[in-house]
Design a protein around this ligand. Sequence first.
Ligand code: HEM
Length: 491
Amino acid sequence: KKNKQQHKNPQKHYPPSPPKLPLIGNLHQLGSSPHQSLWQLSKKYGPVMLLHLGRVPTLVISSAEAAKEALKTNDLHCCSRPSSAGTRRLTYNYLDVAFAPYGEYWREIRKICVLELFSVKRVQSYWSVREEEVAKLVNSISSSSSSGAPVDLTEKLFAFTASIIFRIAYGTTFQGSKFEHAKNIHELIHDTEAMMGGLSGADYFPSWIGWITDRVSGVHKEFDRISSELDGLFQQVIDDHLRVGTEVEKDHEDIVDVLLKIVREQTGFGAAQLGHNNIKGVLLNLFLGGIDTSAITMVWAMAELARKPKLMKKAQEEVRRCIGNKGKVTEGDTDELQYLKMVIKETFRLHPPAPMILPRETMSHFKIQGYDVDPKTLVFVNDWAIARDPESWKDPEEFVPERFDGSSIDYKGQHFEFLPFGAGRRICPGMYMGTTTVELGLANLLYWFDWKLPNGMKEEDISMEEATGLALTISKKTALHLVPVKLSQET
Ligand code: HEM
């Protein structure tokens, strides 16, 4: 359907658009859960829609077929990222990987990530850190289990993933850092993302309106505070690594060590010269990409299993059978846990931590399903909607891990009905790192404990409501409280 009002060029055939308001366009239709509102709109306007967020044309993709056209056939046209004042500031002017525009710099820094920082070999080299942190997690839950009181799994799992990222990336501990208490890490990541999400007024409105809306919402002040806190952390970490004579014996090189070596030797990098701000950009991506995504996934998985005791039992029996009397779940064991892997896939399907992957921006004109798309169009791929499309999924709203039994569908970017990590050139490079943590964490929670509901609660009382807001990742709205019963207490 051609929308003549919105486009000057009569030769072009643009995707269907919902009616828009002056100045704000379709912004008011995003609501407090954009992926859900856009899903509803797509039912009326189709899997390829063109919205206007203020002055920004925005393509919204809501089917597997259209996602394949965008992220495979036309990936080269839409693999840049939108810029925003907030993102520019926080990423040292796009020196990171995740928000850098497509181009020579992004290709080089991405290569370093893929080959050096997030490779299977590097991720495996951190096995001892993960196993130590998982032991701490199990101990801390065990100490609560003797009292029979519920534990806040959301808090425990965020601390678990933050501890891992702080140690492997920054070579420092999360416990005792000012990030542990200043504000809970969950909220800090959420606020930072909301600001980077680019939904601060300046990005969508003509500059004079942007200035007013930003001022009113106090975005600037909050932004200053958060960026200086993060910069302080990264500077401290780099300084600590550079201080001569303080090298401690470590059984692994942390990510700062690796990056400093690349800077020192100027190896593995093309024309551009890396400096400390480049390192900080990458450390920022680890902070935002590495902590909450894995924690969110484990919380949803435990919430789903707690609501379905039969599935919980099946997953527990698998891991207990596999471990036998070994008394410890180690990383090598998780390969055997086929049912757990299906539980994780099903969790990613219904609760993708990044429900609209990360926003892309088009660089050149292309056609999708016969519609024209112009350069500089923002692109949202609604993987949350795609993964519950009845065209691709039977009983899509049901949590049924068994649907993956004997199925070749996985999340590595080749199956466009299932895109928790995105696809194409910008696909998540931290996939292996993320799933390694999630598998080890869940396997241990299921091995060591039975999980009961707090007094008076029934399975259906566990809220599956999503947090609202404009952050890039979405978590369960309320914390998950369950009562752990330690394995040995029962037997
Ligand atoms: C459960 C875990 C995770 C999920 C679901 C997830 C999801 C995603 C998604 C959807 C994207 C956007 C892909 C696209 O635009 O096509 C992305 C990008 C990215 N992720 Fe992850 N992620 C996870 C874990 C991690 C971890 C552990 C790290 C780092 C240690 C990481 C680092 C990144 C980076 C650097 C990018 C940007 C890539 C680029 O723009 O070239 N992620 N992630």
